[in-house]
Ligand binder design. Structure first.
Ligand SMILES: [Zn+2]
Length: 270
């Protein structure tokens, strides 16, 4: 599943091809993805100039004067900017044609992605209750400490709650907790301010590093220029249950938290 670094890499790859371009047409090869594609997409977007390409959590927003196309890649979605003459394949569901003679093509075999409409000046329901961006100044140890008091959920589950902070998926939560030396099953309300400061710093470092490397490469995701990321080689705990800790050598344990597999080191993480 594309995680925040892949979505940010996608945004950065698409932006120079889209910003300032005019939309010349929309081709919808099916009426829905995960949800029906609203009629405003085909009615409002043609002739509009693309003003910005933004990311909020794992959503991409293509801004025009009347509103924004709101895209999510779901489990298997991919966005590419291609020559308009590029042959259409089975899972190419949407083309947004632009005046450079290219199309922004949305491909999604499993159709868990979405294409929705956010009128200008409004916030879509899907974006309304999201926590801060992990790379913003609003996200730090003091914020996590204050929000977590009295919470008995495991700290890993707390960190993956989109109302707490957006975009910290299973990989990044596991790796950040390892780097901060915090056991993933510890009660969120019992982690100290100092340890939360370390955790917030770890989340930022790991996500920023993953973005510079083009995101992780899991399953079939490729960045727009088809350059795979290399982050997978740097993983310390994610997916490594039963293997030796790279720091201390102890065998990594596994447990399930919030129905997600979690590997961790019982010596390095307390
Ligand atoms: Zn260890």
């Amino acid at each position: 599943m594309p995680e925040l670094p892949e979505v940010e890499t996608t945004r950065a790859g698409l932006a120079p091809h889209l910003i300032g371009r005019r939309i010349t047409g929309i081709t919808l090869r099916r009426p829905d993805l995960r949800w029906p594609i609203p009629e405003e997409i085909a009615e409002q977007l043609p002739t509009q100039k693309i003003l910005a390409v933004r990311r909020r959590a794992k959503y991409l927003l293509i801004d025009t004067a009347p509103g924004s196309a709101l895209l999510h890649l779901g489990m298997s979605g991919m966005l590419r900017v291609l020559p308009a003459s590029t042959p259409v394949e089975a899972h190419d569901h949407v083309d947004i044609a632009i005046d450079s003679g290219r199309v922004l093509r949305f491909t999604d075999p499993r159709r868990f992605g979405c294409l929705l409409w956010q009128p200008a000046g409004q916030t879509h329901d899907l974006l309304r209750d999201l926590g801060p961006e992990p790379l913003s100044d609003d996200f730090d140890g003091d914020y996590l400490f204050a929000l977590s008091r009295g919470r008995r959920a495991p700290v890993k589950t707390f960190l993956m709650d989109q109302a707490v902070v957006v975009g910290v998926g299973n990989i990044y939560a596991a790796e950040s907790l390892f780097r901060a030396g915090i056991a993933p099953n510890r009660d969120a309300g019992k982690v100290s301010r100092e340890r939360y400061a370390r955790l917030a710093a770890s989340v930022k470092q790991i996500l920023a590093f993953a973005i510079t490397r083009g995101g992780t490469t899991l399953r079939d995701f490729l960045s727009p220029d088809s350059a795979p990321g290399y982050f997978e080689q740097e993983l310390f705990v994610y997916g490594r249950e039963g293997e030796a800790c790279k720091t201390c050598g102890r065998t990594l344990r596994g447990l399930r938290l919030g129905n997600r597999a979690t590997a961790w080191c019982s010596r390095c993480q307390r």
